[in-house]
Design a binder for this molecule. Sequence first.
Ligand SMILES: Cc1cc2nc3c(=O)[nH]c(=O)nc-3n(C[C@H](O)[C@H](O)[C@H](O)COP(=O)(O)OP(=O)(O)OC[C@H]3O[C@@H](n4cnc5c(N)ncnc54)[C@H](O)[C@@H]3O)c2cc1C
Length: 476
Amino acid sequence: MRRYDVIVIGCGPGGERAAIQAARAGKQVAVIERQHVLGGTRVNWGTIPSKTLRESALFVHSLTRNKLEGIRCEIRDEITVHDFMYRERQVVQRELELINESLERYRIEVFVGQARFIDSHTVAVCGPDGGVLTSLAGDFVVIATGSSPNRPSDVPFDGESVFDSNTILGLPHMPKTMIVLGAGVIGIEFACMFSVLGIEVTLVDTRDKLLPYVDREIVAILEREMGRLGINLLHNDRHASIERLPGDRPRVRCTLRHGGAFESDSLLYCVGRDGNTKGIGLELLGLEPNDYGLLTVNENFQTAVPHIYAVGDVIGYPALASTSMEQGRQAMRHAFNIPGLPSKTETLPFAIYSIPEVSYIGETEEGLQGKGVEYVVGRGDYDMNPRGQIIGDTGGMLKLLFEAGSMRLVGAHQVGHGASELIHIAQAFLRAGASAFQIAETLYNYPTLADLYRHASLKALLAVQRQEAGGSERRR
Ligand SMILES: Cc1cc2nc3c(=O)[nH]c(=O)nc-3n(C[C@H](O)[C@H](O)[C@H](O)COP(=O)(O)OP(=O)(O)OC[C@H]3O[C@@H](n4cnc5c(N)ncnc54)[C@H](O)[C@@H]3O)c2cc1C
């Protein structure tokens, strides 16, 4: 039996980064991956493919939104999703090359097969028939098996008219209408993309408010902008039945629990994802996933068996490629006492690639109120920013939260063009412990959306001045 310092199960972003972090510290690492391609959901079925489609959608959006005199944008009837994703193969191919290069550089051994625990230090690599191909022993094990779309038995997935998030990008033709069930991040992102590409979208949110963990002002702007795209957003409902309708082209009828019924060319079901924990022998270790197949870990990503770590989608929220990678690194830093900057999930940046996009980092108003921390809000509106005017995005907003007194930046929330990139300015300011004065005194290129930081900080400082002069903008 081969022996390793670490065995990593699953080679998505979480597993890959855990493996590289340990190997960089000179550890012997084996990775077991059940697919014949590495990269997991990030490269093959989720992040990269969906963002490639989104880039085409943004291109169409900028042409249609700005309505330039003399330029007409028209989408041919016979166009397919595949046509819109013409760069996907190149991007995926390059990502796969980079992953393979990194694993080779650090001499990480990759085994193809389904991983199954034999005991807490031994993992079998199994073939498609379940037979054991080889067994590996490790001092530490990282479970990074990711998640899969939830596929309830009453939803007739067929890859023709009814899809999940793994199959939607294989749409055989562009539908005219689409029902998206589930308004989490994935549902919202697809609803925006398809709407911009000319599809009439109905988005059904199972909750009574969209994205409950995101700043409410930001969500209100997002909802308004989604309405402008033509998305019909329904809250607090879910499907009662879904049936495929006969005809030349497949169609589907979806009846909702609160009585609404919709006929549509296509239906995307994306209510929840389940952790990939079935069949890996967790019962032998006494590890019990929850009802959604998710594992519980402590702040160091250790499961109840201390030398077995779990990272990424398999531990649930926030279930992003970026956070999965960071969790993989943190887990291995903990296992091998490798020094590095500590980072808590709450202090990592988040992005939702809706149209317009949303991004945030640090404290929320609710969080500060819960802790009894006084704070000051500063807002920068795209409408007041020349770059916002030039690009035709006048609906966006940057909202900064400062601790009252010190005026230190503690949180940033943004909706609008470029939010997923611009939030990293807040990340740098947060790390540096910058105050509203310093952010306002910083010089930004002109005209840029980055200048919103100056604007929002000045607004916060102005609010304090007003408060000192007798008003009250300070919140508790
Ligand atoms: C449509 C969509 C869009 C997304 N967009 C974004 C985005 O824009 N930004 C972002 O940050 N995140 C995005 N995500 C989320 C992101 O893709 C995931 O959070 C991330 O891939 C999770 O990484 P992971 O390593 O935990 O799991 P995964 O990427 O799912 O990888 C797990 C790997 O483990 C393997 N595996 C599972 N079980 C076994 C086993 N028993 N033995 C061996 N191998 C096994 C799987 O084959 C897989 O390769 C998106 C997801 C989807 C579905």
